[in-house]
Design a protein around this ligand. Structure first.
Ligand SMILES: [Zn+2]
Length: 233
């Protein structure tokens, strides 16, 4: 997948205005549904139909017919935020971004407890207007029970593409007191890029301590925040 080389979406002010109007009316007309089986079919040319106030309602009706569920997915850009936190306990491996990091403790979790991948999945799902990772991939479903977190990333990326979006860029911050992540950051980022099918130029990873305060600062937990920007393909 050529994430970084994808063409920039050029939107004229007129079209942007038309899109904005029809979308805002659509939100009012019908709330988004979470799950869908096919991507929205509203094209730029159909959006251009709306050129006057009198035609706006007709266009909304047209859009309702062509995008019978989540209208929100017709947005040219979508932002998503993810947050995750895991308790650190002795006797568990510390897996961050699919990389095993040497440490005296790791995440206690049903899965591999990969705080970064969980957080990135939630950011992508959030951008798509979907529920969180626990609801989309419940561990009560045999399909997901005990699955490696890389599986969830690949599923989230698949949902993103099926919805007609690609990754614009991603910015993640890991919060942990120990161990130092600088020796592992590039390996984590490279693996994350591979899982996302993204160019490293659009995937950023930062790490910071929690100044020795609270569970994060006392080496009892690890947390991550992620923001993603998705772009309509
Ligand atoms: Zn998690």
């Amino acid at each position: 997948m050529a994430m970084a080389t994808a063409p920039v979406h050029h939107i004229t002010p007129t079209v942007a205005k038309v899109r904005s109007r029809t979308l805002s009316q659509s939100f009012i007309a019908s709330p988004p549904r979470y799950l869908r089986s096919s991507p929205p079919k509203l094209s730029l040319s159909s959006a251009k139909i709306v050129v006057s106030a009198s035609a706006a309602s007709a266009a909304v009706e047209l859009e309702k017919k062509t995008t019978d569920s989540s209208k929100s997915k017709s947005l040219p850009f979508r932002v998503g935020h993810g947050f995750d936190l895991h308790r650190l306990e002795p006797g568990y491996p510390l897996i961050i971004g699919g990389i095993n990091i040497p440490h005296d403790r790791g995440c206690e979790a049903h899965s591999d407890g990969d705080v970064l991948l969980h957080c990135v999945v939630d950011a992508i799902l959030g951008a798509l207007g979907l529920p969180d990772i626990g609801q989309i991939f419940p561990d009560t479903d045999p399909k997901w029970k005990g699955a490696a977190s890389s599986v969830f990333i690949k599923e989230a990326v698949k949902l993103m593409h099926e919805s007609g979006y690609e990754l614009g860029n991603l910015d993640a911050t890991l919060i942990l007191q120990r161990p130092k992540l600088s020796p592992h950051k590039e390996a984590i980022r490279a693996n994350l890029c591979e899982l996302l099918g993204a160019d490293p130029a659009v995937v950023n990873l930062k790490a910071k301590t929690h100044e020795k305060v609270d569970s994060l600062g006392e080496n009892r937990s690890i947390a991550a925040h992620t923001v993603v920007l998705l772009m309509k393909k």
